[in-house]
Design a protein around this ligand. Sequence first.
Ligand SMILES: [Zn+2]
Length: 158
Amino acid sequence: MTGLIDSASKKKLIVSPIENGTVVDHLPPGTAVKIAQMLGIMGDSVVIIGQNLKSTKFGRKDLIKVEGKFLGEPELNKIALLAPNATVNIVRDSVITDKRQVAVPDCVEKVALCANTNCITNKENVPTRFLIASKSPLVMVCSYCGYETKGEELKLKD
Ligand SMILES: [Zn+2]
C-alpha cells in the first residue's frame, strides 16, 4: 500500500503551515523552482517548495510557500506568465486573509527574454519590453523588434 503512505506524506507537506507569508498554489509541475528564482525569494526567506503534488483540479501541481513575504501585483503578474492558473493566498497570523487569482498583465518588462536571437535585447544590455497580444495562449510582442514570443518559447531572465 505504498500509494497510501505516499499520499499521506504529501498531505502532511501540503498542510505544513506558515504563520505570515504567501502560498502560491496550482503551479504546473516543474515550474516551482523556476518561479521562486524569478521572484528572487530564494536567498533570504524561508521557502517551502512542493513538487508534483496531487491536485484535484489539475492532476499534478507544484506549490511555493514563502514565510515573511507578501507578494504583490508585480509578482503575481510574473507568476501568471508561467502559471496562468495559479492561486495566491496571503497568510497573516496563520489565517488566510486574501485569496487571489494571478492575471497576465498587458505589458511585461524586464523579466522575459525575446525569442528572436538577433533582437538588440539579446545582444546589448537593454531591458526587454513586451506588449501582450494574447493572454491565452500567451503571445508577447517585443517592443524593440516586433517578434512574437509565444508561451512555449518563453524564457525568463536568470
Ligand atoms: Zn525582440
